[in-house]
Design a protein around this ligand. Sequence first.
Ligand code: MN
Length: 236
Amino acid sequence: MKRRKFIADTAKVGVGLAILPTLLQAKELNENSKIDFIQQPLPYSYNALEPYIDAATMEIHYTKHAAGYTKNLNDALKEEYKKADAITIENILENISQYSTKMRNNAGGHYNHELFWQILTPTSSKKPSGALAKAIETSFGSFENFKTQFNDTALKRFGSGWAWLIVSNDGLKITSTPNQDNPLMNIAETKGFPLLGLDVWEHAYYLKYQNKRAEYINNWWNIINWNVVEKRFDNR
Ligand code: MN
C-alpha cells in the first residue's frame, strides 16, 4: 500500500488523526512543539450499544482507558519525537521497534480504540455486503466460517489483546495481537491493514459479562458497523 493513500484512507474514517498537519516532519519539531493526538468524539451515546455493551462499560472504556492511552501517547511523543520521520500514528506504529515500551503500549492503545469506536454502531446490518462480502467468502468459505474462525481466535487470545481481520500481502487474514499491539506494527507476527478489531481486554466486557468472554464475542457481531469496515476495505 502506498503511504499517501494509506494516510488518506485512514483520515477518511477519522482514525488516528493528529490535530496538527497530517505530515509534520520531525526536524520541524522541538520539545516545546504542541504534538497532540486527540480522541475523536464517540459517534453514539454510551448506552447506544445496549444490551450488547452496557453504558457503564462504554463510559469507563472511552473516558478512562482509551483517554489514558491517548494522553500517555502524547507524553511519550514529547520525549521521543526525534525518532519520528513524520508524526502520524501510522508512521509511529510502522517503526515501533525504535520506540519505548511506553510508546508501543500507548500508540497501539490510541489507534486500536479509535478504530474500535468507529467500527461499532447501534444500527448494524449484521453482515457485510459488496466487495468485502465476496472477499470474505473467497478467503474463508462463507461468512459463518469467517465468524467461527474469528471467534476462536478472539477466545484463544491468552490474557489481554485484540483479534483482527486484516488485509495482508496474501489477502484477508484473521490474526491476534497481545496487549495493545496491532498488525500495523513492524514487530507484529502477522502484518497488515486492520479492517476490523475486537478488544478482548477484560475492561471491555467484565462489568456485564465477567468471565464469559465467549458471550461478549458472540454478542459483538450484532453491533458491527459494516459500512465503515467495507469502506476501509474498498479504500485500502
Ligand atoms: Mn480497551
